[in-house]
Write a protein that binds this ligand. Structure first.
Ligand code: ZN
Length: 161
């Protein structure tokens, strides 16, 4: 079986930045699982997995436009400390989930200047070229429920309460 649309694929990966530093990895946990062909993972990785078989190992370099996008200066926003709850501690690097006109987003505190707090709504990997080492671990047909929901259920996947 080869990776194709509507199949559930599991894979191990190591993600490195341009300097070869490991940013993320499936090592020590279950392989990553996704439903192929529905945009559940970044486009460059989905494309690189197309047609692969179980046991295939490969490396792929993914530019920002096929990963988490370019860093967008419009997604920086400076707000006042008053906009946060009174007892809210605010520190550099903290993340908040906020509601924006583009839907819910995670923003990161990137600067604190007195009462002025600068938030960055870009994905933490925006603007990064990603270097993946990938090994395909499993391929199976998706259940009709998974296809309906557009994501994987069961171990390593999404669960419903
Ligand atoms: Zn579901």
């Amino acid at each position: 079986m080869q990776v194709a649309r509507n199949l559930v694929v599991s894979f191990d990966y190591k993600l490195k930045d341009e300097h070869g530093e490991v940013i993320d990895s499936s090592e020590g946990s279950e392989p990553m699982q996704y439903l192929h062909g529905v945009g559940g993972i970044i486009p460059g990785l989905e494309k690189a997995l197309e047609g692969r078989a179980v046991g295939d190992s490969f490396q792929v370099v993914i530019p920002p436009d096929e990963a988490y996008g370019e860093h967008n200066a419009k997604m920086l926003q400076t707000v006042s400390r008053k906009d946060f709850g009174k007892d809210q501690d605010i520190e550099l690097g903290m993340r908040f989930r906020v509601q924006t006109n583009l839907g819910p987003r995670v923003v990161t505190v990137i600067d604190i200047d007195g009462d002025a707090i600068t938030l960055d709504g870009n994905h933490e990997l925006a603007g990064e070229t990603l270097h993946f080492d990938v090994t395909v671990r499993g391929i199976r047909a998706a259940t009709s429920e998974e296809l309906e929901h557009g994501h994987v259920h069961g171990p390593g996947g999404h669960h419903h309460d």
